[in-house]
Design a protein around this ligand. Structure first.
Ligand code: P53
Length: 491
């Protein structure tokens, strides 16, 4: 019988990451993280990575939206919206301030005890990312981040400490946020935030990326094993940025190029779900003469530490095409190979908004992985206007989310895809990861803070707050009216 409603217990919530909301960057014994040495940029401009914290620079993550001190007020607002889960991350450098200590920092652990207790008080299930773009900065300067095998040990020590401490409070975990963003290895931001790596002149950035990513998938597989030994009920997932890459035309070589792009972006989840490297990639390492440190013990661990579910972010779709000078369309370099899809509109930041791509994504992953899927990020960055009466009329955000929920429901109800939950980005306004802007807003809750750090930090409910409250209350049955149009929700 065809189901017409979402399952009871479907997890509705929203997502943030520690460094993008907490602030208090040097409070409670916290050490510097990679997020603490990145400046603020503007639309389509790269953040600069500075050499340590420079007194003359402004670092938006240092205060962020002060969630560290205001979380009781914020969680109360999330409860008012009806959240049944809340995705955040643990700032690694609150727990291991330098990263290479042997014992965790009690004040850091105590903060997350208070935060998770506050969630559980309202029946909100925490969904926790271990590493969301916030490696301790000392691991970068001393060990080169995930260039080195030692960092696997530092990461698993961190994972063990938080799994042990929060074993009765947190059931849903994710290992590395958007581990596949570094497919775009030519972009300094992605290698730095994913892996704590800055590429030196003359180095092969692609080989550096593959080595670091290998250590990370091994670290993830070890964390899965450690977690299950501490609490067998833990659900530990991988997390990828799911931007599907479409062929720009029906030319076979464009279609193959797109297939290669998909392989390049999703070998990370292939390994984390299936426990082994895909054949094309092993051949690729040989063909490119990448001399990678991949041991037999690593391969055994990958097999033993496969994930329980797959979490993913979905913001946009991409398109690619083969280039004339290419002999075999064998390689894919995101910085050069993406093209604009003329059928898909773009956000103000140039992100291609494609709701149907979410249904495609869910079906693609369901066919390939046969695991429960969790949409742990989906949303649109936009300029919001705070009115004099403290309202925010963000109909564009409602439309974006609504259009995507419609496609999620089609995937679940028509196609039978198993989706555990939906946590849009972001629960509350955050500091943008790629630009450091506050004005690239994502939240249901407006935070009075500007790009230069001014503002009262007061919180205000946007129109989307009330809309999402209704969506959750009806378990996704009522998605409201589209601006100027009819309600065309499928169920
Ligand atoms: P911002 C690139 C592509 C897709 C998602 O992004 C990405 C990125 C990196 O910027 O990041 C995720 O803030 C990430 C969040 C981030 C969110 O998407 O750059 O997991 O930390 O804030 C939105 O607009």
């Amino acid at each position: 019988m065809t189901k017409t409603t979402l399952p009871a217990g479907f997890l509705w919530g929203g997502a943030v990451a520690a460094h993008q909301v907490e602030g208090a960057y040097n409070v409670g014994g916290k050490g510097l993280s990679v997020a603490d040495v990145m400046t603020a940029a503007g639309n389509r401009e790269e953040r600069r990575i500075t050499d340590g914290v420079q007194p003359s620079e402004f670092y938006p993550n240092h205060e962020a939206v002060d969630f560290y001190h205001r979380y009781p007020e914020d969680i109360k607002l999330l409860a008012e919206m009806g959240f049944t889960c809340f995705r955040t991350s643990i700032a690694w450098s609150r727990i291991f301030p330098q990263g290479d200590e042997l014992e965790p920092n009690e004040e850091g652990l105590a903060f997350y005890d208070r935060l998770f207790d506050e969630c559980l008080k309202y029946g909100i299930e925490p969904v926790v990312t271990l590493s969301h773009f916030e490696m301790p900065y000392h691991l970068v300067t001393k060990y080169g981040g995930f260039r080195g095998r030692q960092t696997i040990t530092f990461f698993t020590r961190f994972a063990r400490a938080v799994f042990t401490r929060f074993q009765d409070k947190v059931k849903y975990w994710l290992t590395f946020n958007e581990i596949n963003n570094q497919t775009n290895y030519d972009r300094a931001f992605t290698l730095f935030t994913n892996s704590g790596i800055q590429v030196h002149a003359g180095e092969n950035a692609e080989a550096v990326m593959y080595q670091a990513a290998h250590y990370e998938v091994v670290a993830s597989s070890l964390a899965v094993q450690i977690g299950h030994s501490i609490n067998p009920d833990f659900q530990i997932g991988a997390m990828v940025a799911f931007s599907p890459v479409y062929p720009a035309s029906d030319q076979p070589r464009d279609v193959f190029k797109a297939q290669r792009a998909m392989q390049s972006r999703f070998w990370f989840s292939d390994v984390q779900v299936e426990g082994q490297y895909p054949t094309w990639l092993t051949r690729y390492f040989q063909a490119k003469h990448f001399d990678l440190d991949i041991t037999k013990a690593d391969l055994a661990n990958l097999k033993r530490g496969t994930v329980d579910y797959l979490g993913f972010s979905y913001y946009m779709s991409f398109a690619t095409q083969a280039t004339d000078h290419e002999d075999n369309q064998f390689s894919y370099n995101e910085a050069h190979d993406l093209v604009t899809n003329r059928f898909v509109p773009q956000s103000e930041w140039g992100w291609q908004v494609d709701p149907q791509g979410l249904r495609y994504a869910l079906n693609w992953m369901n066919d390939r992985y046969h695991l429960p899927l969790f949409i742990v990020e989906n949303g649109i960055g936009a300029i919001d206007q705070l009115e004099a009466d403290h309202t925010v009329h963000d109909q564009y955000r409602i439309d974006y989310l609504r259009d995507h929920i419609v496609q999620m429901k089609l995937a679940m109800l028509e196609d039978g895809v198993d989706v555990m939950g939906y946590t849009p980005w972001s629960a509350i306004d955050i500091v943008s990861a790629s630009t450091g802007q506050l004005s690239k807003r994502y939240g249901f809750i407006y935070v009075d803070r500007n790009d230069d750090g001014s503002g009262s930090l007061a919180r205000y409910r946007k129109d989307s707050f009330y809309w999402y409250q209704r969506v959750i209350a009806t378990n996704g049955a009522e998605l409201g009216q589209k601006a100027g149009g009819a309600d065309d929700s499928p169920a």
